[in-house]
Design a protein. Sequence first.
Length: 265
Amino acid sequence: MHTWHWRNWEGMPYLTCSILEPWQHGFFTQPFWPRSPQELTQVLQPDASVYRLKQVHGNTILTPQEIDHKLSNGGDDVDGDSALASADGLVSEQPLQAVWVASADCTPVLIGDVKTGQVAAIHAGWRGTAKKIVPQAIARLKAQGSKLENLRIAMGPAIAGEVYQVSIEVAAEIGSSIVTHEDEQKIVDALHELPNSPLIPDPDPGKVRVDVRRVNTLQIESLGISGEQIAIAPYCTYQTPEHFFSYRREQQKKVQWSGIVSVKN
């Protein structure tokens, strides 16, 4: 089993996972707010160059080179002093690149390749999950020479299925990423029948609860990646207010950052 460890930096806790042991990485907690990825990279690897995104709940994956290219052509947006490219996933190309995503209930996914040393950071909310953002990131890694069996994937703290109520429409949109059907109710019925189903019945009519991390796991396994290459943090952002912001709980635009630094192979 993969183990999750609490680490401390200046008295503040962040999480690491044994599956990503070769890489400096962390799933940071709310006491680090509002520190930027620039500052948090100092905790992990001060020599790394830092990359982050303007997250838009899509399934676009960028590399540092693509970000630099976009920004030299004016960028997509201006956020504070620095322009940011719009996307929800980052895949490194060189050693010592720190890639970061922010989340408040959505799933932060960090991936490392044990052979190439390259890494990815992905923001997988329900919309990104419905658009198969993690398989997209894995496809980018493969295009850069990764083999599926060399990938190690950690999903950080996110809202748990038992408290994540959504409409049947949303559940069907997410579910259509793993079950093909035209009819919303049929997709939902098929999801309920899966072993270790990502859906949990909800007492409210027209509602269901969905485990987004489980849907991502099913997408990843359907690519031929084994469950042993995947670790899921045993923490729910909504139910752990002492450590994590939850948009659903607080309705505030505060986030925690998750990042990983690529290494030489």
